[in-house]
Ligand binder design. Structure first.
Ligand code: C5P
Length: 426
């Protein structure tokens, strides 16, 4: 079924960019309904937005005909995702406070759908403690708030607060609703109507890029490992498995056969993915061997580097003040072993979770482990994002030929970009 976005445009100078966003979304065969706040109409007209969506633009909650059908509930229920673009400081403050004094804020309070906010504002407004407080709380409440770009602003100042460019917003929206993002649909003439007047969004075409990995086998490791010390204790780490599961989900949506070797996590298995649950690094290594051959392996798991030299059969007892009897030995490096394996996948991708000198450590790891790409992420808590266990990531894809930074984005969006790069190679 065709995916549908409910776009809420609030009143900022960047409102005009929502027109381009609608154009690119519709090229991706995504239907868009739009709601404008009163102040948004000071920047662009409902008519111009309506021309782009080819639909009525909603704005007044007290339009009796709409509200007889409980318009604010209906509008949000029909959408797969609500996108606020641009999201002003004022609108986000109201959301945080639960204020519902117009159609846009009433929809946002009444909805049961995921909400993606794309902020744009003056740098001082963005940096203001009140705005940061509101955004932190909204993120805790489950609203996805993108981090704006930095650069020169319409007001003449410089810094964070610029609206992310519409193609990047589209990439995030596609990742959220399971549509394949296609850069080539982001440029060129308005596609709203073709020369014959036909609306291309009604062509019934399948989303661009679907099934591009048909016939390929992708092997993915994800999550932590648990290394037993005795029947009740184990060594573990903070990996949630979310990034690896998001990659498995995206690969399956692209038509690949996916084997997901998962450490102990309580995440749902993505549709179309074959999941093999394991506990320890040793189990993970044999599951990886069993799943070969594969066209590509993506090793996202945070495998424990060490395990207890002896896994005691009975619970180890305290012995007064004596030091704990724990002795550790190294686990096999599954990634490095796969690089030398006779069935080595054509494309071998490792991850590097680092807390300092991210790029240097990652480049060293690329050659030490013998893989083709390393995806490095900053898991230090100093960056304030809480990558481990959180929903966002900030990664660098490092290859022999260069590197690409995917800035603070949801793990779904990072998965989408990684899988697009992999699909290009495969
Ligand atoms: O050495 P480090 O743990 O930082 O390397 C991270 C990369 O190596 C990840 O891709 C991880 O899945 C993989 N790895 C592995 N087996 C290990 C340790 C790490 O496959 N024992």
């Amino acid at each position: 079924m065709k995916k549908q976005i409910l776009l809420i445009v609030s009143g900022g100078i960047a409102a005009y960019k929502s027109l381009e966003l609608v154009r690119i979304l519709r090229r991706h065969n995504i239907a868009v309904r739009a709601v404008m706040t009163k102040s948004a109409t000071e920047f662009i007209t409902p008519l111009s937005l309506g021309v782009m969506t080819e639909d009525q633009v909603y704005g007044d909650m007290f339009d009796l005909k709409d509200e007889r059908e409980i318009g604010h509930i209906q509008l949000s229920r029909q959408a797969d995702l609500i996108v606020i673009c641009p999201a002003t400081a004022n609108l986000m403050a109201k959301m945080n406070a639960g204020i519902a004094d117009d159609l846009a804020t009433t929809i946002l309070l009444a909805t049961n759908k995921p909400v993606l906010a794309v902020p744009a504002m003056n740098v001082r407004m963005w940096n203001h403690a009140a705005t940061q407080r509101n955004i932190n709380q909204l993120r805790k409440d489950g609203i996805m708030v993108m981090t704006p770009d930095s650069g020169a602003m319409a007001c003449g100042e410089f810094g964070p607060g610029r609206l992310i460019e519409p193609p990047e917003i589209t990439r995030e929206i596609c990742a959220q609703i399971g549509v394949t993002f296609d850069t080539s649909l982001c440029h060129g003439q308005s596609p709203t109507t073709q020369s014959n007047g036909q609306d291309i969004s009604e062509n019934n075409q399948s989303p661009a890029g679907e099934n591009i990995l048909a016939g390929k086998h992708i092997l993915i490791t994800a999550g932590p490992t648990h290394e037993a010390i005795d029947p009740v204790r184990y060594i573990a780490n903070r990996s949630s498995g979310k990034q690896g599961f998001a990659i498995a989900d995206t690969a399956a949506k692209m038509g690949a056969k996916v084997s997901l070797i998962a450490g102990p996590v309580s995440l749902a298995t993505p549709a179309g993915v074959t999941r093999i649950d394991v506990q320890s690094a040793m189990d993970m290594q044999s599951a990886v061997d069993d799943a070969l051959p594969a066209d590509c392996a993506i090793m996202v798991a945070a495998v424990a580097d060490w395990r207890a030299a002896h896994n005691a059969e009975q619970k180890i007892k305290k012995d007064g003040d004596a030091l704990a009897p724990l002795q550790l030995i190294a686990n096999p490096d599954i990634l490095a072993a796969l690089a030398k394996h006779e069935k080595r996948p054509k494309l071998l991708v490792g991850f590097a979770a680092e807390t300092e000198n991210i790029l240097d450590h990652a480049r060293a790891k690329l050659s030490r482990k013998g893989c083709d790409w390393i995806i490095a992420n900053d898991v230090s808590t100093s960056n304030g994002q809480g990558v481990m266990g959180g929903d966002h990531n900030d990664v660098h894809i490092i290859t022999a030929n260069g590197e690409e930074n995917i800035k603070h984005a949801t793990k779904e969006s990072v998965a989408q970009t990684i899988m697009e790069r992999i699909a290009n190679v495969l």
